[in-house]
Design a protein around this ligand. Sequence first.
Ligand SMILES: Cc1cc2nc3c(=O)[nH]c(=O)nc-3n(C[C@H](O)[C@H](O)[C@H](O)COP(=O)(O)OP(=O)(O)OC[C@H]3O[C@@H](n4cnc5c(N)ncnc54)[C@H](O)[C@@H]3O)c2cc1C
Ligand SMILES: NC(=O)c1ccc[n+]([C@@H]2O[C@H](COP(=O)([O-])OP(=O)(O)OC[C@H]3O[C@@H](n4cnc5c(N)ncnc54)[C@H](O)[C@@H]3O)[C@@H](O)[C@H]2O)c1
Ligand code: SF4
Ligand code: FES
Length: 811
Amino acid sequence: MKKKLVMIGNGMAGVSFVEQLLKLNPSGYEISIIGAEPHPNYNRIMLSSVLAGDASMNDIILNDWHWYRDNGIRLLAGQEAVAVDTAQRSVTTSAGERLQYDDLVFATGSLPFMLPLPGADKAGVIAFRDIKDCETMIETAKRYRKAVVIGGGLLGLEAARGLINLNMEVSVVHIHGYLMEKQLDETASRMLQAELERQGMKFLLAKQSDAILGEERVTGIAFKDGTREDADLIVMAVGIRPNVLLAKSSGVEVNRGIVVNDFMQTNVANIHAVGECAEHRGMVYGLVAPLYEQGAVLAKRLAGAESGGYHGSVLSTKLKVSGVNVFSAGRFAEQPGTKSLRVQDDLDGVYKKVVFENGKVVGAVLFGDTSDSSKLFSAIRSGKDYTGSEREVLFGPAGSGGGGKGGASTADLVTAMSGDEIVCGCNGVTKDDLAHAITEKGCASVADLKACTKASGGCGGCKPLVEAILTATLGADQVAQAKEGICGCTTLSRDEVVDAIRKMRLTTTKEVMHVLDWHHPEGCSKCRPALNYYLGMAFPEEHEDEQESRFVNERNHANIQKDGTYSVVPRIYGGVTTPEDLMKIATVAEKYRVPLVKFTGGQRIDLLGVKKEDLPGMWKDLDMPSGYAYGKSLRTVKTCVGNTFCRFGTQDAIKMGVDLEKKFERLNTPHKVKLAVSGCPRNCAEATIKDLGVVAIDGGWEIYVAGNGGTRVRAADLLTKVKTEEEVLGWTGAYLQYYRETANYLERTSEWSLRVGLDAIKRALEKQEDRDALNARIDKTLELTKDPWKEIIESDSLRSAFETLTSPAGS
Ligand SMILES: Cc1cc2nc3c(=O)[nH]c(=O)nc-3n(C[C@H](O)[C@H](O)[C@H](O)COP(=O)(O)OP(=O)(O)OC[C@H]3O[C@@H](n4cnc5c(N)ncnc54)[C@H](O)[C@@H]3O)c2cc1C
Ligand SMILES: NC(=O)c1ccc[n+]([C@@H]2O[C@H](COP(=O)([O-])OP(=O)(O)OC[C@H]3O[C@@H](n4cnc5c(N)ncnc54)[C@H](O)[C@@H]3O)[C@@H](O)[C@H]2O)c1
Ligand code: SF4
Ligand code: FES
């Protein structure tokens, strides 16, 4: 008769243990798993990717319902184990069921630590631990604007990045003076902070939270220094605590975690623990790689196989925030008796530190370039003595050219690895799993391996090693060019997708997803708007804009504000208005009791605090064109007064600006586009920090491109000098169309120009005939645009979508 195994907890560590056990002894146990969450086992790590829009909930399921059934496992999902009777060897669930066991495994994971602040029970205060929290954040972002994340550790920063991708404004409150102090030294941390600030995060460092403010729902947070921060959502990411309550009440020895020996046994016979709930030699782990190692040891134990036991793990981490490369492993902080080797390159934003103790590598921190991470981690784990050749760890043997690729080569590392060694800690993928996918399933690129095994799909830290295994198995000439898919739903790059759209004349997002074999048939929040844009760019005449693929502000043709109200910004060409228009704006503002009337930085007037149902009425009364303040499109053309009034002006900046705005308004672009025109080189309109800026000079105009005055300030580059107004319009049209046709969706011109190179842009535009062709295409697109508010006002059905809704809407 089979023995009965009951496991409490259906998370990553526990189920990985069960998988190993089934491999070693498929028929030894009748297995029941009690899981409090109503889901099959999913990849908790990837919740950060779901939040960031890089993966869907479906992508992160590790073992679906069929897996349990096919392996004869009884899953009690959505039920909690509430009591364990160690004398009777039984577990009682929240549904009142009693399960007998011969062996019991606690795999109860951790609970997020919630700061016991006054007001912490208000609506809108959550942790980031499970699918429910992730869904709450996604829903909240549809209705609210301002998030505060407490905790500047791995989880807090990943949550913050995800919330920014959801269009929220995010402030991270951190108790320490610098971020990720558990993983980074101050130098790396400051570099990280600068990069994240460029991505739009705001940091409140060395801050102690005092109270959560608000009535029923949170409205802000107060700090001990007397300052406050507004918040519609507070995410606490201040660490975790092993979930040990049930074990403790069952008489199992508990310290910080459930105390286990090297074979994951507790002090009570036949009761074991794995994962974040277990404490081994005084250590509790909060990353999956060690938990998988623990699971493998326990599986061998229960299958009756030989094992040397578990001896603890060296930790390595990588922050999963796109555009940021950070790696940390082992003991990275200097201590008495340690020496470090440091390389800092502020020009390229690269920092590397390796810490030695008695000649051995004991820790490392990498920022900016993490290509040495596998080698360094392996060096730490091997315990190899580098006395006298410490520099080789980073720079390679003397005479090797010192390209920064040092120590054992990655190829040597691959050769030295055993088949069952885990390569991808996030997904528990071994070297053998990868070799099998390459030789048996035909995977020929890292992207193929990611799609097939999930390796490199979590933190991405294993990517260099996955690449090396691919090269070692196939040979360098057979390895397909590595490429990144536009999102987690596909391995196809932006260019491949746009190419396929053009060649196959695909017309809807659904069709693209279907024909190009999207992993997830509905797509995700990242690819849907991108595909909608690419389709409209490729086939302006045929494509019907898909409102459901648009971001909320674009769907509603208004920017949603933090309190769920909207803003109305009529177009004011070149910042020049008339008494009539000003009177109309004033009358509308009074009639609809607009709480705030404000001049914007783009020289127009913003009516803030408008109820959604008032939007059509206000636009009707205004009878002015939409300013597209909400759109990925031409926003504003800022002008100075130019030679109309200014005594320094050499050209008519106002006319130039108005003409540009009238010509290119309503144009859909990959990201927002801002223009400016200055009437002389004094440049009062700040044209050199715009996507395109025109500066008058004696006898002509200079055209500057790819500037940015926002999060990542960048001075624009000179594209060309021209003589006439007509030429300005011609170059602007060609430049904007080239950007439309070649940029990634959501790529500002400043990022795009750095990626493709200014020289390439100049080459593409230098010939008159090329500019003419680009202008012909942009003119075709412009001909087809219509003012959205005119359309809404004239259409009963479009208007009713605004009038029927009374609550703040994100739908
Ligand atoms: C957003 C996020 C990102 C992360 N990113 C990374 C990363 O990049 N790299 C990394 O290594 N780690 C990462 N981690 C940490 C990693 O996810 C955890 O270390 C891992 O999931 C822990 O696995 P576990 O099985 O021990 O616990 P869990 O995954 O927490 O599983 C425990 C399960 O037991 C259930 N349970 C508890 N008590 C009971 C009971 N009495 N009855 C029934 N069920 C019960 C819980 O509901 C839970 O589902 C991340 C964590 C989060 C939240
Ligand atoms: N990429 C990854 O590997 C990854 C990603 C997410 C989560 N995780 C894991 O999930 C677990 C939870 O992550 P975490 O970041 O919450 O835990 P953590 O303990 O690593 O970090 C918590 C951070 O919060 C700060 N903090 C503590 N109290 C605070 C307070 N009152 N106000 C402001 N800041 C405060 C701490 O200084 C610390 O840096 C960890 O085990 C982590 O390793 C890993
Ligand atoms: S940029 Fe020149 S023309 Fe324009 S306002 Fe300034 S000084 Fe006058
Ligand atoms: S180790 Fe994180 S994705 Fe492989």
